[in-house]
Design a protein around this ligand. Structure first.
Ligand code: PSU
Ligand code: MN
Length: 310
């Protein structure tokens, strides 16, 4: 099978790319594995609408029927979000196998960024970036480092996210991004956000205050410095949706205990933690999660529109 048969770009997305219209990539793991099935489809549809309202074309990405689909129609989106979909969680390294073996799957940040870049899409919105997981026992070195970081080191895509969760080692994650020469921009903030919370204990190296400044930095990064790394645009959750700090601390402690006591490993860690947050908070973490992704989709579309003007 040829590359074009395996990388299927929806007509609307292909037209936008051909005419220089703004396009925003959206991931499917957040839908299939990050949100419960009774809310994921509504979120998936809403993110696409937000991107459109801001003047860009959405391209939700997933692997279905032996093809990497760049832009899903509503039928495909429904398949990704179905309660019995049982899709695999596909990272960058899994794409070839899933395509060759005809296995359907939802794409993580790593896989979505790689496929977006392959299709010629420069801006991607998600909720949280994967990162360096905390080690057990405390203080040990963790080898569970999300492929999201390694892919960003090699893939010229701007990822709009709300930082990383405090279930990860945020300091170590930022060090890995520095080593990989991935610029980290705070959107209207000097502090790296921690997903449900607006801030972490860590500063960002650069702050931008407008979509046009973010676009200018991305363009400059890709034009003026050799190499092909992506960028992180870290957009804090809106203050009115930020999670209560005491609730957050309780969920975090419970989630870490759960992962350790059940001996959860590898790619199951992030979905198990998310599920714990959602059930133990009786949906409060879901409201926050959905609010921040909506904000990131809107900002990504605004930046994508600005990029088309440069
Ligand atoms: N963080 C979230 N929600 C998510 C994810 C991360 O708040 O759904 C997903 C993303 O798809 C991300 C992946 O790329 O988890 C990271 O998984 P891992 O830690 O196994 O690399
Ligand atoms: Mn991992």
């Amino acid at each position: 099978m040829s590359k074009t048969e395996r990388l299927v770009i929806a007509d609307e997305v292909a037209d936008a790319l051909a005419t220089g219209t703004a396009v925003v990539a959206l991931e499917s793991t957040i839908l299939a594995h990050g949100l419960p099935w009774d809310r994921n489809l509504a979120v998936g549809r809403e993110l696409e609408r937000i991107v459109r309202d801001a003047g860009a074309v959405p391209a939700t990405i997933a692997v279905l029927d032996g093809a990497a689909r760049i832009g899903l129609d509503d039928d495909a989106l429904q398949r990704v979000c179905a309660p019995d979909a049982d899709l695999r969680k596909l990272s960058r390294r899994d794409i070839g196998a899933a395509l060759a073996l005809g296995t359907d799957g939802a794409t993580t940040v790593a896989a979505t960024a790689a496929l977006a870049a392959e299709a010629g899409i420069a801006v991607f919105a998600t909720g949280g970036l994967g990162g360096v997981h905390l080690a057990a026992p405390e203080g040990a070195v963790s080898w569970d480092v999300s492929a999201d970081l390694g892919v960003l080191a090699q893939t010229p895509v701007l990822v709009v996210c709300s930082g990383v969760k405090s279930v990860l080692d945020i300091g170590a994650t930022l060090e890995v991004l520095e080593t990989a020469s991935v610029p980290v921009l705070g959107y209207g903030t000097d502090v790296f956000p921690a997903f449900y919370l607006r801030d972490s204990a860590y500063e960002v190296p650069w702050r931008v205050n407008t979509p046009s400044d973010a676009a200018a930095v991305a363009r400059s990064h890709w034009t003026c410095t050799p190499g092909k790394s992506g960028l992180v645009l870290a957009n804090p959750i809106a203050p009115e949706h930020e999670m209560d700090r005491a609730l957050h601390a309780m969920l975090l402690a419970g989630g870490m205990d759960l992962v350790r006591s059940r001996n959860v490993r590898g790619k199951d860690v992030t979905p198990v933690l998310l599920e714990h947050f959602h059930t133990a908070s009786e949906g409060a973490s879901l409201d926050a999660n959905e609010a921040l992704v909506r904000g990131n989709a809107e900002l990504a579309a605004q930046v994508a529109v600005e990029l088309t003007k440069l």
